[in-house]
Design a protein around this ligand. Structure first.
Ligand code: HEM
Length: 470
């Protein structure tokens, strides 16, 4: 009997060894057969960085796609990269095989936001923090913010119109989005600190895209100091909350109250990094899209009239705006909503994202070597005529039918997709409601074009004059 059992064990062992050998061989042969995608790696060290930054980056990507197809290689900012311009490839990287690709950011940027911010993580820690962020900006949470968003939108619009001056829409929208960001992170609680936070944030922002050096006086070193001050302000707020045992339902409250199954809480450092990260993610994104919306509506008077009619009906139902907007009303603005979606598509302010392959990966016979960056190109997909006919025409009616799956990703896709998308859309709907029912605007200046700051926005942030309707 014993001999039989020994023999059985030997057979099991040998067959396991044999199948392991076959699988490894298969994987190796797959890797051997797989070839790098087509494309050019440019000059030694420099790669194609100069080509990318000396022209409109969208032209760079579009011309590459035309030449090499939907997957191509290049070398930029010191890294070999594979660019992916098809919905299937983007889904492969961001959703179905997300575990093979990790988020990757330059260390200098990670330092400014804070290394514990969720963007930089994968796995367990990321999932836990992401859940807290998602809960704090879920539809159930943000519907309670509507009255505050209305007040913030109204006071912004009143100040633009009452000054009688030409303003940069982008700069003003940044203030608006920052105030809402503060509201969702700290509730009403922080009002004493808001101005200090805003001031230091704008210094961090200036350093974010500058050359990273600690030499005193440079934008980057000033940004590091401002980041330190923001951290101190957040520590003070955390201290006060802990002392007063407040259990608020805003993001800070969720981060402070978190306990894992072993009773472990988040450190103050982790909390601060995530607060700073969320404020950062919320501000320029929402502000850029809002600026584009005003630009597109200004250029499409017929559409503006359609939006006005839709919003006017709600305004009248609310007794000439005396009654507050309801959550239900914000969910039933179909014309305005399609304008927002088309603006997100046309402007594609997040043109692409970065990941890094954690192992050698084979996709459709192409090798993506371990350590290479991969870049799903959202803008190329959003501007592909196969998915969006006449892609350069601003046509919100195309969103009356849902786009093909995975072809529309203004908020990304998969485990790192934007948790703030509902809040961003709510901000836009509320601002547009107050704007078109009570104000009018005229874009000033004859120059049209795009500037990158770093997201694309109309030149000079769209210089505009606002008036209150009589
Ligand atoms: C129109 C406005 C916005 C746009 C277009 C936008 C777009 C995006 C995109 C494309 C990503 C995914 C990036 C990637 O996969 O690498 C992302 C992530 C993120 N967004 Fe937004 N976003 C907007 C507004 C907001 C707001 C208002 C918040 C505030 C809660 C926010 C918080 C975040 C966070 C925390 C992440 C990282 C998620 C993670 O790594 O798990 N965003 N956003």
């Amino acid at each position: 009997m014993e001999i039989v059992s020994i023999l059985v064990n030997i057979i099991i062992f040998l067959s396991t060894l044999f199948s392991y050998f076959l699988i490894t061989k298969h994987k190796k042969s797959q890797r051997c057969i797989a070839k790098l995608p087509q494309g050019s790696m440019g000059w030694p060290y420099l790669g194609e960085t100069l080509q990318l930054y000396s022209q409109d980056p969208n032209l760079f990507f579009a011309s590459k796609q035309k030449r090499y197809g939907e997957i191509f290689k290049t070398y930029i900012l010191g890294c070999p990269c594979v660019m992916l311009a098809s919905p299937e490839a983007a889904r492969f990287v961001l959703v179905t095989h997300a575990h093979l690709f990790k988020p990757t950011y330059p260390k200098s940027k990670e330092k400014l936001i804070g290394p514990s911010a969720l963007f930089f993580h994968q796995g367990d820690y990321h999932t836990r923090v992401r859940k807290l962020v998602q809960t704090s900006v879920s539809p159930e949470a943000i519907r309670k913010l509507i009255p505050d968003i209305e007040t913030t939108a109204n006071s912004a619009l009143e100040s633009w119109a009452s000054g009688g001056q030409v303003i940069s829409v982008f700069q003003e929208m940044k203030k608006f989005s920052f105030n809402i960001g503060i509201l969702s992170v700290f509730g009403h609680w922080e009002s004493n600190y808001r101005e200090q936070l805003k001031e230091n944030y704008s210094i961090v922002e200036k350093g974010y895209n500058s050359f990273p050096t600690k030499i005193p006086g440079t934008a980057y070193s000033k940004a590091l100091s401002a980041r330190k001050r923001i951290r101190e302000i957040i520590s003070e707020i955390i201290c006060q909350r802990k002392e007063q045992r407040l259990t608020e339902k805003d993001l800070l409250g969720h981060l402070l109250n978190y306990k894992d199954e072993k009773g472990e809480t988040l450190t103050d450092e982790q909390i601060a990094d995530n607060v700073i990260g969320v404020l950062f993610a919320a501000q320029d994104t929402t502000a850029s899209v809002l600026t584009w919306i005003l630009n597109y509506l200004h250029d499409n008077q017929k559409l503006l009239e359609a939006i006005k009619a839709e919003q006017r009906a709600i305004y009248e139902a609310n007794e000439e705006g005396k009654k507050p907007l309801t959550w239900g009303q914000t969910r039933n603005m179909p014309v305005t909503y399609t304008v927002i979606l088309e603006s997100l598509r046309m402007s594609s302010i997040i043109s692409f994202t970065f990941r890094e392959a954690v192992v050698d990966v084979v996709y459709k016979g192409y090798l993506i070597p371990k350590g290479w960056k991969v870049m799903p190109l959202f803008r190329n997909i959003h501007h592909n005529p196969d998915f969006f006919p006449a892609p350069h025409n601003f046509d919100p009616s195309r969103f009356e039918v849902a786009p093909k799956p995975n072809t529309f990703m203004p908020f990304g896709n998969g485990v790192h997709s934007c948790p703030g998308h509902e809040l961003a859309k709510l901000n836009m709907l509320v601002l547009i409601y107050h704007l078109v029912t009570k104000f009018r605007w005229e874009v000033m200046g004859s120059e049209s074009g795009i500037q990158y700051s770093p997201f694309p926005v109309p030149l000079q942030g769209l210089p505009t004059k606002f008036w209150r309707n009589e």
